[in-house]
Structures are given as C-alpha cells and as structure tokens.
Design a protein around this ligand. Structure first.
Ligand SMILES: [Zn+2]
Length: 132
C-alpha cells in the first residue's frame, strides 16, 4: 500500500469537519522526498481549508516548494477528486505538469491517477504573469 495513502489516511482521521461531515486527507511528496500531510479544517462560517491546501501549507511552512506527487483519501468509496481551488493550488507548486494526483478509496483502493495537466488543462500559472 502506498506510503502517501497511509499518510493521507492518518491525516484524514484528524479532519475537523463538523458541518460537512466529509473528512478528507491528503499527503504529498516533495521533489526532495519529504512527505507532508493535511486534512480539511472547517469553521462555523463555512469557509474551510481543504486537505490538499492544508498539506501544501505544511510543505510551505517547512520551506519546501515543489510537489512531486500527491495522494487524496475521501470519506467513501467514490472518487473524491480535488476541487477547482485545490487543483489550482496544487498546480502552483508543480514544476512539471506531469505531477501525479492519485485518489484513493477509504480502504486504500486506488481509484484514479491524474496528471495535474489532466485536472487543470491549459492552466494559468506563475509563468503566465508578465515579467516572469
Ligand atoms: Zn479543495
């Protein structure tokens, strides 16, 4: 079983989601080989930090900047693919558009693996800003 799945599953157990009751865990590996995990964190005013964003925030806090791959675990056996906002956040920290995003069922079954380019084709990134 994938170590990223295991890290995402462990993070999912700490999700704070009393409103949606939709716990999600995510774990990413950086190009330097470090693993960072995150879970969703909700608030009463319904603005939440999603698991993918939480894992990215942990990576950035540790001084890392580049995602090599990412795994996501949803609360059921259906495909819990990243939302649009998380797709853009993941893309921000992918040097290569071939970075893999894998979505797992709760029991560890790999449901689907995408590249970030498949999730966000023709995306807007840092290189699209004038002067970069
Ligand atoms: Zn999201």
């Amino acid at each position: 079983m994938s170590d990223l799945y295991q890290a995402a599953l462990a993070a999912q157990k700490n999700a704070y989601c009393p409103y949606s009751k939709h716990p999600v865990g995510a774990a990413l590996r950086t190009v330097s080989g470090k693993v960072f995990a995150g879970c969703n964190v909700e608030t009463a005013h319904y603005i939440a930090i999603h698991a993918e964003a939480s894992a990215i925030a942990a990576m950035i806090t540790a001084g890392e900047r580049e995602v090599a791959e990412i795994a996501i675990v949803g609360p059921y056996d259906g495909l819990c693919s990243p939302c649009g906002d998380c797709r853009q956040r993941i893309r921000e920290f992918c040097d290569k558009m071939t970075v893999k995003v894998s979505v797992y069922a709760q029991d560890g079954k790999l449901l689907k693996t995408y590249t970030i380019d498949e999730l966000l084709p023709d995306s807007f990134g840092p290189e699209n800003l004038a002067g970069l």
